[in-house]
Design a protein around this ligand. Sequence first.
Ligand code: SF4
Ligand code: SF4
Length: 123
Amino acid sequence: MAAPSLAGKPRKVIPKILAVIHADGCTGCEACLEVCPVDCIYKVPGEEHPTLQTFCDIDLDRCIGCKHCAQVCPWDAIDMVDTIDVAYHVAVKGGPPQYLDEQWDALVDQAQRNAEGLLAKKK
Ligand code: SF4
Ligand code: SF4
């Protein structure tokens, strides 16, 4: 019997490691997207930026740190990083300046929230 799908279900704990895609090394091949058990990888830039080269990004509020994506990426564009350092890794992950400029606060704030959430649990 197939394992129950975790897609769309809320994450119960903040993992110790999270996945970060280096946008400059990502070709948008979607191999990672197909293996993510929680469907937290998405294509960007999408409809808002149709002229930019496609790559993938990760919803860090849903990533469970399972490493499946990093294991299948043919271009080694995904790093599993310590959650407490994830905001730094997100800040230097590269990608089209237009996307980064517009998404900077959302992406880095989300990463920082995950780091702080993990630290708060350790206290
Ligand atoms: S580590 Fe697992 S949950 Fe996180 S993005 Fe990769 S495949 Fe998805
Ligand atoms: S598997 Fe790697 S190259 Fe392909 S979309 Fe995912 S991060 Fe990008």
